[in-house]
Design a protein around this ligand. Structure first.
Ligand code: ZN
Length: 331
């Protein structure tokens, strides 16, 4: 597809998806291009003291600028881990280079979603894309990471979520962070494996562990705060940040307690005409099973169980997409 066609298509999709003002501004990250790790845009800060290798990553989706703000803030404050090594890395830099605040949703990726390429068969396979090339470039470094936090944001103005994955070790790690309030346990997407589920991170018998935070709406000022606070809580849980630095970076208040949603089901769109009946944004609880959420062609979409929590309802309501995930608070 010619670049101009691709761009106008992205702008069309952008206008469908984006109804929120852009409150955050995308930082210039070119100063971090060289890095020091041998991988472009990856910098490893070494305390010189024994400890784990942690990584905080941003821009797996090129339009999710809160993560870039967090890493930029951490670099600027001269953060050094108190033990072990900390890698700060920007992932889909090619997509981020296309970020344009006039069409802020358009730069999620260049060729394909970089958070769906992490199955070993795809990484080792013959497919070629900008995102696969970047995943292959960062993979050797990712293979040395013990604890990973991937910083993301969401289409809708939903409260933040920590995606702990399907394994008990993910939930245990998310609980150690004590932030944000809501933990979501899910197995990811049929469309492809996420970075947080890659390799040993998805192996119950490995001590290596990964989390993904959805810090809030892509462009909301609050998402920048939640993203940075999540990163601070991640380093605190690993005992890798000193109290003064943590205090200087933290702005949000810690919840009194966390709660967990277990994802039970998902709604996949089967027609060219899908519509929700309400402007759901996420974490609405629908008390009664059988409540109609929307219509997919001529088929009503109903809640399959009582006290059904709606998770990340999409604005990309076209065929094949997950419209919404359905879960339940764990008692
Ligand atoms: Zn994302």
């Amino acid at each position: 597809m010619k670049l101009v066609e691709k761009t106008s298509e992205k702008q069309r999709l952008d206008s469908l998806e984006n109804i929120y003002p852009v409150e955050l501004s995308a930082p210039d990250i070119t100063a971090y291009a060289a890095g020091n790790s041998g991988v472009p845009y990856y910098t490893t800060l070494d305390s010189g003291i024994a400890g784990p290798h942690a990584a905080i990553l941003a821009l797996t989706h090129g339009n999710e600028i809160c993560g870039a703000i967090t890493l930029d803030t951490m670099f600027r404050c001269g953060l050094t881990p108190t033990r072990g090594k900390l890698t700060l890395g920007f992932n889909n830099v090619a997509a981020y280079a296309q970020f344009d605040a006039r069409y802020p949703a358009a730069s999620r990726f260049v060729d394909e979603d970089m958070n769906r390429v992490w199955a070993t068969e795809r990484l080792d396979g013959d497919d070629q894309s900008i995102e696969l090339a970047r995943a292959r470039e960062i993979r050797p470094l990712i293979d040395t990471v013990d604890f990973l936090l991937d910083l993301h944001s969401m289409q809708s103005a939903s409260p933040p979520l920590m995606l702990a994955g399907p394994l008990a070790k993910g939930h245990e790690f998310a609980s150690r962070l004590k932030y944000p309030e809501t933990i979501m346990c899910d197995a990811g997407h049929a469309a492809g494996k996420r970075l947080r589920d890659y390799g040993d991170f998805g192996d119950a018998n490995s001590p290596r562990n990964a989390l993904l935070v959805e810090a809030g709406q892509h462009w909301a000022a609050s998402s920048g705060i939640v993203s940075t606070d999540s990163a601070v809580c991640f380093l605190q849980a690993l005992d890798m940040i000193d109290a003064a630095t943590a205090k200087s970076l933290s702005q949000d208040t810690r919840p009194a307690a966390q709660r967990t949603i277990e994802v039970i089901d998902r709604v996949t769109i089967n027609s060219d005409h899908f519509q929700f009946h309400q402007p759901y944004t996420g974490l609405e609880v629908i008390p009664k099973a059988g409540t109609e959420l929307g219509i997919d062609g001529n088929t009503p979409v109903v809640t399959p169980f009582d006290d059904c929590v709606l998770i990340m309802p999409t604005r990309r309501t076209w065929k094949g997409q997950t419209a919404v995930r359905l879960g339940r608070y764990v008692k």
